[in-house]
Design a protein around this ligand. Structure first.
Ligand code: AR6
Length: 181
């Protein structure tokens, strides 16, 4: 498996399918309805089974930049944290702040539940059109800063679904993790 480690293995990037990750929680790049969709959202619902949708129906949706948690049902992951990114327009409509908020809220919920290992997809970079070159540094810096303040989470895994995405994480992860703040 392709893996790139940060200095402490606390933050790593792998190439793979998030539905196959044996972690405490996987994060879903959902939409405000939380009722499923295409991309990673569709893959997670298919792998988790219909009980996931039944629980999502009880959540009354989710605001952009926020997150909500459900069980993982048939997934290897015990929990799914559903977060909602913003559809990319031109970068001047709060996209960056809301993307960072997706990562922070997901990690806050994981920490509140005492979860130790969390896997993220590249939120908003598919259907929602956020350029990966801009989204990746935001994802890495936001997770890095969160883990500097919170010691309960042991590992965050960025799961890259394709070669191009993994290559960007392979380049940026060591670079950003070695920067002093
Ligand atoms: N494992 C890991 N990453 C994946 C997987 C997978 N199985 N499948 C896709 N990706 P997207 P968004 C990557 O479009 O841009 C849905 O309809 C994909 O390559 O899934 O936040 C929701 O319901 C990309 O890098 O999410 C919303 O309506 C990343 O996951 C909307 O799409 C995110 O792509 C959300 O759009």
């Amino acid at each position: 498996m392709n893996t790139v480690n940060g200095t402490s293995k606390k933050i790593v990037a792998i190439q793979g399918d998030i539905t196959q990750q044996a972690v405490d929680a996987i994060v879903n790049a959902a939409n405000k309805s939380l009722l499923g969709g295409s991309g990673v959202d569709g893959a997670i619902h298919r792998a988790a089974g219909p009980e996931l949708l039944a629980q999502c129906r009880l959540l009354n949706g989710c605001e952009t930049g926020d997150a909500k948690i459900t069980k993982g049902y048939n997934l290897l992951a015990k929990w799914v944290i559903h977060t909602v990114g913003l559809i990319w327009r031109d970068g001047n409509h709060g996209e960056k702040k809301l993307l960072a908020s997706c990562y922070v809220r997901s990690l806050e919920i994981a920490a509140e539940k005492g979860l130790k290992t969390i896997a993220f997809p590249a939120i908003s970079t598919g259907v929602y059109g956020f350029p990966v070159e801009l989204a990746t540094p935001i994802a890495i810096r936001t997770v890095k800063e969160f883990l500097q303040k919170n010691s309960s989470i042991q590992q965050v895994i960025f799961v890259c679904f394709n070669d191009q995405l993994f290559e960007i994480y392979r380049q940026l992860l060591p670079q950003i993790l070695s920067e002093s703040n």
